[in-house]
Design a protein around this ligand. Structure first.
Ligand SMILES: [Zn+2]
Length: 125
């Protein structure tokens, strides 16, 4: 987290945040702006993919701590990474971070290798 922010950047962040809060209020996701903690990023209801079955959608992203499923290291999933994951990647809400960066990379390599061995690579034999 950086403390050195230009004025225009800080203003952009405020506009971004207030725009999202206004939308959440309008949609009835929150009753008042104070429901969004200062260190959290408000959700954009138009960008997330939480599905109809989710009865109480989260109204903000906030840094989460979790233990890596593979190596057990304590990791932090930042609010900004969550925003990217749910709003840009459009991940469903039940899908969350389970591995640290290093293990995620190893897992990706493992899956790729398994696919290759399963014969998806014509040169593999
Ligand atoms: Zn790990």
């Amino acid at each position: 987290m950086t403390r050195r922010r230009s004025k225009s950047e800080a203003r952009r962040t405020t506009v971004f945040r207030e725009g999202r809060i206004a939308k959440l209020l309008e949609r009835g996701w929150i009753k008042q702006a104070s429901e969004i903690p200062a260190d959290a990023i408000p959700v954009d209801p138009d960008l997330v993919n939480f599905g109809g079955s989710w009865c109480r959608p989260p109204s903000f992203f906030r840094a989460l701590s979790f233990l890596c499923k593979d190596c057990g290291v304590l990791c932090t999933w930042s609010a900004e990474s969550q925003r990217w994951y749910y709003e840009v990647v459009k991940a469903p809400y039940y899908s969350t971070a389970v591995r640290c960066r290093g293990c995620r990379y190893k897992e990706r390599e493992r899956v790729r290798e398994a696919r290759r061995r399963a014969g998806h690579d014509p040169e593999g034999k």
